[in-house]
Design a protein around this ligand. Structure first.
Ligand SMILES: Nc1ncnc2c1ncn2[C@@H]1O[C@H](COP(=O)(O)OP(=O)(O)OP(=O)(O)O)[C@@H](O)[C@H]1O
Ligand SMILES: [Mg+2]
Length: 502
């Protein structure tokens, strides 16, 4: 096109040339009618080399149509409306480029498309940024999702925005459910979310908008309270609070481990204490035993030699009675220190329970106690010292009866453990229960709540030692105002090769 026509300035041609994008005008048959200056500059060709060529011939050197398909011209011609396509091109130097091609029709008075203006915009920079952004987003998404810590973010109203897989596992909600059903506040016990926000805004704690590791609780979808360690931050834009973000870790396993460790340590301490007290008790018992035997012998002789009606006879009987009580204590002390080697044999637990019960059954102490036996039908063999174990069972039964002040129900239950490795014996009473404070001390030697002269406080500590010697466990399974259940578990004996030498 010429800028001067019949000596006149043709502003349309000027406008066309001034367009900042490379632009060409096409006829409906796809031949190029004209190109502007920027087009010439971009492709480095004279106008004459371009004009008259079909566009697909110029751009792709093909005879009929674009090799890639998707030519928008048919649609533009048919609809009379503009179209935009995004095309990916490779330059001669092998550089990748993205172009937006905008096709705008020029209509005649009848509304027919006479020409099409095609302008080519290089959008490589935007596309590259878009790609980088998508990659960065993908990377961040993967990092957040893959984290073994739970990650969550919420807006300032508490609407949940982000929740990774670990957070979904801990809370029991999927991100979709959390968005629909709850706010961040409801993920904590009442009042806790407000407390966290208060700490977050306190510049004294971790700096404004930051909360270092803190123990809090998360309420999951089942209403369970889960202890977690939380660190949180407020995301600001300028001075405005935009969102809150929290990273937290489930503490259940860690706390369970700590509790197991605490129990093991307590058991070790108990065992140590019992070992040293056992030695002391054995020494004292032996020392006292001999003089006591002497006291009893001579007191009995003196009693025998006294005249009928001698007023001192009653006093002497009291001496003998008290000396006998001392002997009983000494006997218990010796049992506690277990100075004799256990005589282990293969026993049937149900038989042993029956026999032990029979030994004390006739005593008056059973008068108003109902005994319920729920003994396992399965035979349960154990390898233990019969007398020692019988002593454990009798101790537990007498304790149970004492706790009921002689009236109530005594339940004796035996069963194999679920994994089939242990024989279990439960002794349940409907007695007074054991207070939390006493629970820590009942296995201590000489701990008793019974009146002086009634209990030595050696029953349970002796039982503890005997059960432990037999690789078993004795513990309070349950206690409360409705009574107490003691549980004894001992390894089930399967065959002779399992007997360990002692
Ligand atoms: N079944 C039970 N119900 C309530 N308290 C119990 C029960 N068993 C034991 N206790 C508490 O534990 C304490 C210690 O029991 P342990 O058998 O060691 O000693 P004791 O019964 O007091 O005396 P001993 O057994 O030497 O005659 C008891 O005094 C009692 O307070
Ligand atoms: Mg007792």
């Amino acid at each position: 096109m010429e800028t001067e026509k019949n000596g006149q300035f043709d502003w349309k041609v000027r406008v066309f040339d001034t367009l900042s994008f490379p632009t060409l005008i096409l006829r409906p048959d796809k031949t190029i009618l004209s190109v502007n200056r920027n087009f010439v500059k971009k492709y480095g060709m004279a106008k004459e080399q371009v004009i008259g060529k079909a566009c697909h011939d110029f751009f792709y050197h093909t005879k009929n149509h674009c090799p890639r398909g998707g030519c928008p011209l048919p649609t533009v011609l048919q609809s009379g409306e503009g179209q935009t396509i995004l095309s990916h091109v490779e330059t001669k130097s092998g550089e990748e480029k993205w172009e937006d091609r905008v096709f705008s029709p020029i209509l005649d008075d009848e509304g027919q498309v006479r020409y099409i203006i095609e302008s080519i915009r290089d959008v490589t920079r935007i596309k590259t940024m878009e790609k980088e952004l998508t990659e960065l987003r993908g990377f961040l998404e993967k990092a957040i999702q893959g984290s073994t810590s739970a990650i969550m973010a919420a807006d300032m109203k508490g609407n949940i925005l982000v929740m990774n897989r670990t957070a979904e596992e801990i809370t029991g909600y999927t991100l979709k459910e959390a968005r629909e059903k709850i706010t961040a506040r409801e993920l904590h016990p009442p009042g806790q979310a407000e407390e966290i926000m208060k700490k977050l805004r306190d510049s004294e704690i971790g700096g404004k908008g930051r909360l270092p590791c803190t123990r809090v609780n998360i309420l999951n979808s089942r209403g369970e309270s889960i202890p977690v360690e939380l660190s949180a931050a407020i995301i600001y834009e300028g001075a405005e609070e935009l969102a809150t973000m929290g990273i937290f870790n489930d503490l259940r396993e860690k706390l369970a481990h700590e509790e197991r460790m605490r129990q093991v340590m307590a058991r070790v301490a108990q065992a140590e204490k019992m070992a040293s007290l056992g030695q002391l008790a054995a020494g004292v018992a032996h020392e006292i035993n001999n003089p006591l035997t002497g006291i009893l012998l001579y007191a009995s002789l003196v009693l025998e030699g006294m005249e009928e009606g001698d007023p001192r006879k009653d006093d002497l009987r009291l001496v003998i009675e008290d000396a006998n009580r001392c002997k009983e204590i000494v006997r218990n002390l010796l049992a506690y220190s277990r100075q004799t080697l256990p005589d282990k044999e293969v026993l049937e637990l149900n038989d042993l329970v029956e026999q032990s019960l029979r030994l004390i059954r006739d005593q008056r102490l059973f008068m108003r106690v109902e005994v319920v036996k729920e003994l396992s039908e399965r035979e349960m063999l154990i390898h233990a010292d019969k007398n020692q174990l019988s002593q454990v069972i009798i101790n537990l039964i007498i304790n149970a009866i004492d706790s009921m002040e002689r009236s109530g129900t005594l339940r004796l239950r035996t069963y194999p453990s679920e994994d089939g490795h242990e024989a279990c014996l439960e002794i349940t009473d409907t007695g007074c229960g054991i207070s939390e404070e006493n629970l820590l001390r009942i296995f201590d030697p000489f701990f008793t709540t019974k009146e002086p002269g009634k209990g030595t406080g050696l029953g349970l500590s002796t039982a503890y030692g005997i059960v432990k010697d037999n690789e078993g466990i004795i513990k309070v399974k349950e206690t409360g105002e409705n009574g107490t259940t003691f549980l004894v578990t001992l390894p089930l004996y399967h065959n002779a090769s399992e007997i360990k030498p002692f």
